[in-house]
Design a protein. Structure first.
Length: 267
């Protein structure tokens, strides 16, 4: 595993692994700071925002925030008034990854199995082949999007609308993305962990784990917000009329919120 040199802070347009190692909020967290901060903000303030992820925020402001993250600044998104800016920043980060979170190799396997009507546990097994940073990032993203869809009666963003928006961003066929959104809890590895960001580090990594940069250090306010998100109970989905929740043979698509995560969110 590549360990970034001291002073390397750029996170956009790099691999997901590189982004995690350069910016995570603590050595044992498994997703990039920009993804974690955006989703925490959106969970707290934008689940009922009409048109979230569909409507565009100020591109100038999004670029400004991107630059701050790339410079290793301690970006406090709680100061941002426009949720569409934060959703746009998250989409931009994902869109600029050299390879999508579901890698092209794994994605091809999944598409083939999905077309054959494979059971959910088989799809979950293939997703488990992804690097751990990809798995954690996907879990946060899909559980968040499932929570967004659970508020579709207010925000007007059903599963199908989210699939349209994120299909080009994640480079996943729209019908398969819709299936993943509707079945996140039974298809994603470790979905029961919800918004738990922590990963198991090998003993050597624990002993020599890099300290988070000043730009990645979490403020007390952000720690409080992370606690709130990690402890959130699962959201019971009200199924929209965008299509069947099944697809594969085993396991249904009942709930898609985030299960209770690790109790503490301290960095």
């Amino acid at each position: 595993m590549h360990r970034p040199r001291k002073g390397e802070t750029k996170v956009f347009e790099l691999s997901l692994e590189e982004g995690v190692l350069r910016s995570r909020l603590a050595p044992n967290m498994g997703l990039p700071a920009v993804v974690q901060k955006c989703i925490i903000y959106l969970e707290e303030r934008a689940l009922e925002e009409e048109g979230i992820f569909r409507l565009s925020g100020s591109m100038a402001r999004i670029r400004e925030l991107k630059e701050r993250f790339d410079k290793g600044k301690d970006v406090d998104l709680s100061l941002e008034n426009d949720p569409n800016v934060v959703s746009g920043l998250l989409k931009l980060y994902l869109r600029e990854l050299p390879e999508p979170p579901i890698t092209r190799e794994v994605g091809a396997k999944l598409q083939t199995l999905y077309a054959r009507g494979a059971p959910h546990e088989q799809l979950r097994g293939v997703l488990s082949e992804l690097p751990i940073f990809n798995q954690v990032t996907l879990r946060w993203l899909f559980l968040h999007l499932s929570n967004v869809a659970a508020h579709a009666d207010v925000n007007k963003m059903k599963d199908g609308n989210l699939a349209i928006v994120f299909s080009p961003t994640l480079q996943i066929q729209q019908d398969f993305l819709l299936f993943l959104l509707q079945n996140a809890e039974t298809v994603l590895p470790d979905a029961d962990k919800g918004f738990d960001p922590f990963i198991e580090l090998p003993p050597a990594a624990n002993a020599n784990a890099e300290e988070p940069t000043a730009g990645a250090a979490a403020t007390a306010d952000e720690k409080s917000k992370r606690k709130s998100v990690f402890g959130r109970k699962s959201v019971t989905r009200t199924r929209s009329s965008d299509g069947p929740a099944g697809g594969g043979g085993g396991g249904g698509g009942g709930r898609a919120g985030a299960g209770a995560g690790a109790g503490a969110g301290g960095a």
